[in-house]
Ligand binder design. Structure first.
Ligand SMILES: [Zn+2]
Length: 212
């Protein structure tokens, strides 16, 4: 973790901002879609991506459209994502896009790109400036992340992780703790699946909150 600058308050706020209760829709992460091939298969049968109901009001969701997913420097994973619209247009009108877990929300690329760029100081297609910003985020306080993980009710993984790293942890410590627990991985490199799974869990537990 070299070249760390501190996280600006604005950057920190954007990572910790949960969806407002008044927000009409947002992103849902399909946690079981780990690669482009699986994603394309699901797109071919769009109903397989349809959420059970509108997370905001519980009404049925209709397929709205396919939206190109902008990816920087990754033509191999250029794809589209499905958007759904709440059937109760008058009282709710929520719109939800479903993002496969291997794509990083708000980071314009795949988690493979992020994991690769953070793996070392060698050449990377990701600009140095971007890598510095990502490293600064991971060096920042994970207090909110840990708080969110500690509220998980699905199995003990997230609660155990939160308790193991503690409220004083940095974001990178949470990632490393998860990588160690999940894969027995002890090297500096953190597998992309660890980024993807942790980020998806945090977003599910508190929509809007980001790993990085
Ligand atoms: Zn709705």
């Amino acid at each position: 973790m070299t070249e760390i600058r501190s996280l600006s308050p604005a950057d920190e706020a954007c990572l910790c901002r949960a969806y407002a209760s008044t927000q009409k829709g947002g992103t849902l992460i399909a946690e079981d879609v780990h690669d482009l091939e699986a994603h394309e298969q699901r797109l071919a049968q769009p109903n397989s991506y349809r959420p059970a109901s509108c997370p905001r009001c519980g009404s049925k969701l209709h397929i709205h459209d396919l939206r190109p997913r902008g990816l920087r420097g990754e033509p191999a994973v250029a794809t589209e994502v499905l958007r759904f619209r709440c059937a109760d247009r008058e009282r709710c009108g929520g719109g939800w896009q479903v993002l496969p877990a291997f794509l990083a929300r708000c980071l314009w690329g795949s988690w493979a790109r992020v994991a690769g760029a953070l793996a070392g100081e060698g050449p990377s297609p990701v600009p140095q400036r971007t890598r510095r910003r990502w490293r600064a985020r991971l060096a920042g306080s994970a207090r909110m992340l840990v708080g969110v993980l500690s509220t998980a009710s699905d199995g003990g993984t997230w609660v155990a992780l939160a308790s193991a790293v503690g409220l004083g942890a940095r974001r990178i410590d949470v990632l490393r703790g998860y990588a160690a627990a999940r894969t027995r991985w002890s090297e500096a490199f953190i597998p992309e699946a660890c980024f993807a799974e942790l980020a998806a869990a945090v977003h599910r537990l508190c929509p809007g909150v980001r790993l990085m």
